[in-house]
Design a binder for this molecule. Sequence first.
Ligand code: AMP
Ligand code: GLY
Length: 424
Amino acid sequence: MKVLVIGGGGREHAMVWKIAQSRKVRKIFCAPGNAGIGKVAECVNIKADKIHDLLNFAKFEGIDLTVVGPEAPLTLGIVDLFEKEGKKIFGVSKAAAELEGSKVFAKELMKRYNIPSAEYKVFYSPIEAENYIRMKGAPIVVKADGLAAGKGVIVAGTVEEAVDAIDLIMRRKAFGDSGSRVVIEECLKGEEASFMAFTDGETVVPMASSQDHKRVFDGDRGPNTGGMGAYSPAPVVTQQMQERVMQEIMYPAVRGMKQEGIPYRGVLYAGLMIGEDGPKVLEFNVRFGDPEAQPLLMRLEGDLVEIMLACAEKKLTPEMVGWKPEASVCVVAASKGYPGEYQKGMPIQGLDEAAKVPGAVVFHAGTADRDNRVVTNGGRVLGVTAIGADVSEAISRAYETISKIKFDGMHFRKDIGARALKRT
Ligand code: AMP
Ligand code: GLY
């Protein structure tokens, strides 16, 4: 088979790495890819949101399966477009992508199908939103309705902060049309975890649990990022908790979408807050998490291509998906200044040395080839991922590996996985 992977981050490198292990696959293309992906797949210079160009490429090359990494092409309707032309593709339809693309849609679905989540109200007018915030008091959470590159959620510790968030989102339109509606919700307490499942619209097969580290600095301080690291499994998700998440959240969500006339086929991602009264949904995503995919795919047993084809063809069975008993950890190396303004084009040293550490893989995120050298090309540059007998061994390996790598301005968190260590 010829497979086309869409995207060019750490998640997509991990997908390409896993897809390359499939016996079904003869050749992999990736659009646009990155320097690391280019070692395993042929990179194609088409951006992930150019869905018509991607279709033309897939037809021209005779691609057998297209796999979508990021949310943007999904919300633009790439799956509908490919399927109309009879091209096989793994991902959710445009209508189903609303689960991530609109917080209001997600909250209403959860309400209709009794899926546990924070109490909320939707506002179309800034004045009414501000009055509600003053009535409720802080802490309180303000969310722009639409996609906002991970920046549209403000967990406000004070009423002033929440009112400022309304001004930013609704009056100053910091996220454009994404801010024409806001969700204001109760601030939940507990420990966060990421929970994903494969589904063909009927059968729902859980993935191993994982946990992301969103803040830029150690000890969960500093601004939010796309994710500075992740590990799997997350000890907070016990076997019993996994069963509750499946029964209370994943099955009702997939069944609910079907009942709404929007079959859901692909990856369903629930960002959870696990507190005293059980798991509650913070957000749904319609794709693999990044960087959660890196440690998860390292633990996946089974043929990812077979699983993805089965999702697209409504033939998914639980036996297709297995997990290595080991733990895995991904530490992200970021550019100086990230998540703010950062520089690009810094040469990266030590990648060959790092590749020699057993049990570790350096997934590339923001990298490019320049004159036969690998240079930085994004905020998150590398996802150094390792597997080990337990989380402690995986952490040591990941940090041993990253210690061999250098680029100007490189920074990374030193405490990835620390919360799991504390629990075990
Ligand atoms: P989201 O993009 O919805 O996942 O929100 C980003 C981050 O904001 C989450 O990972 C949580 O840390 C936090 N968050 C979102 N909603 C809530 C909530 N209702 N209560 C507390 N924290 C929240
Ligand atoms: N790591 C969180 C996300 O992918 O949205």
